[in-house]
Design a protein around this ligand. Structure first.
Ligand SMILES: NC(=O)c1ccc[n+]([C@@H]2O[C@H](COP(=O)([O-])OP(=O)(O)OC[C@H]3O[C@@H](n4cnc5c(N)ncnc54)[C@H](O)[C@@H]3O)[C@@H](O)[C@H]2O)c1
Ligand SMILES: [Zn+2]
Ligand SMILES: [Zn+2]
Length: 381
């Protein structure tokens, strides 16, 4: 089969690989019909994630058709169209039993630190991902769902990560009626978090980024006010000015480890790797939220500690909430919103590339060229 493979930082190729086989009775093999490139894939592409091995196939956002099922699979059969959450989880361990599906204890040798994720290095289990023609789906009775007939493929695809993650970020913010919500980052995750904040009662939603074309999307798609941080000496001061000098009720970090906006932090993280990511966005969140407010962290950070303003968070009495999104938990509500016509998730998609040209897709996304927001990958095109 054809599959995207990692060859080292900034280098990926499409190569011939063996079609995955059933390895466990509860596995399914899925023929991928549509995949996507996520902001998290950029951390791998840039070589920032430990134990990203040469030959690994990325891709944790995908839908497809069941090709084959193992002998114990009961809920799926060959030919079913399925959406597969990015988390791999057993459904029955102590953590899964409590709905902590992104923190499953049974799917990753590093399970004390992180759960299982498709195509996300050996740190998260070493599972090959869905930027390929076929993918092995473990615990096939647990993660995947059959795509309802009235849900469009691209919308179902976005529910396997970006949309569910953004919605989850708004949930973690514990938004109350009338709240002012600031979202840092106008990538797909931030755009979906901003849009979701309205569903939860926000009275104002402000999106911060430095890419004007993405802020434009935040205004049109998420109906948000916007701040371009490159236009301000100190974006936190600007945020305070716009929120009665007290700060926002909720700030959502949808940026993560590769945040721009502070050269020293950038050099000590991405370049010298002294920190598990630049904490610029996280510190803006801690500074920009009001006392007693909530910071919701979706942005991904590496395992090494970063210079986070923890003392300020303590002294301000903040609630800090974070996790890898337990994706499937958000699906029932999101189906309702989509069916009610509240929004169309695929409006954030800007590019669709054949799998054979995926390297170009990564480059456009990484360098933020050609108005790129979200790239879909089409195997067999
Ligand atoms: N927790 C989860 O389950 C989960 C799931 C998916 C993605 N993520 C993470 O969410 C983050 C966003 O993903 P994405 O796909 O939207 O990525 P993206 O790269 O498209 O978006 C990130 C945006 O942040 C902007 N940005 C950079 N520095 C900033 C700063 N200091 N302040 C405000 N904005 C800044 C960039 O210009 C960019 O538009 C990534 O870190 C990704 O790894 C987490
Ligand atoms: Zn992702
Ligand atoms: Zn589990």
């Amino acid at each position: 089969m054809r599959a995207m493979t990692y060859r080292g930082p900034y280098k990926i190729r499409v190569e011939e690989k063996d079609v995955p086989r059933i390895e466990h009775p509860n596995d399914a093999i899925v023929r991928v019909t549509l995949a996507a490139i996520c902001g998290s894939d950029l951390h791998l592409y840039h070589g920032l994630m430990p134990d990203t091995r040469i030959g690994h196939t990325f891709g944790h956002e995908f839908i497809g058709v069941v090709e084959e099922v193992g002998s114990s699979v009961e809920t799926l059969k060959r030919g079913d169209r399925v959406m597969v959450p990015f988390n791999i989880y057993c459904g029955s361990c102590w953590f899964c039993a409590r709905g902590l599906w992104s923190n499953c204890h049974n799917v990753n040798a590093n399970a004390t630190a992180v759960g299982g994720i498709y195509g996300y290095s050996h740190t998260t289990g070493g599972y090959d991902g869905g930027q390929a023609e076929f993918v092995r789906v473990p615990f096939a009775d647990v993660g995947p769902s059959i795509i309802p007939d009235d849900i469009a493929d691209e919308d179902a695809l976005l529910m396997t990560d970006a949309l569910s993650t953004g919605y989850f970020g708004a949930q973690l913010g514990e938004i109350s009626q009338g709240d002012t919500v600031v979202v840092l980052g106008a990538g797909p995750v931030g755009l979906f978090a901003a849009r979701s904040a309205w569903f939860m009662g926000a009275a104002r939603v402000i999106v911060v980024d430095h890419l004007e074309y993405r802020l434009e999307k935040a205004r049109t798609f998420a109906h948000a006010e916007t701040i371009n941080f490159a236009e301000h000496d100190d974006v936190v001061v600007e945020l305070k000015k716009q929120t009665d000098y007290l700060g926002a009720d909720v700030v959502i970090d949808a940026v993560g480890a590769e945040a721009d906006g502070d050269l020293v932090q950038h050099l000590t993280s991405a370049k010298a790797k002294l920190q598990g990511g630049s904490p610029v966005a996280l510190n803006w969140a801690i500074d920009g939220v009001r006392k007693g407010g909530t910071v919701s962290v979706l942005g991904a950070y590496g395992p090494i500690p970063s210079a986070v303003k923890f003392g300020d968070a303590l002294n301000k009495g903040l609630t800090l909430r974070m996790n890898q999104a337990p994706v499937k938990r958000q699906w029932p509500r999101l189906f309702e919103h989509i069916r009610a016509g509240h929004f169309r998730p695929s409006d954030v998609v800007t590019h669709r590339v054949p799998l054979e040209h995926i390297a170009e897709g990564y480059h456009l996304f990484s360098a933020k060229l050609d108005g790129n927001i979200k790239t879909l990958v089409v195997p067999g095109a």
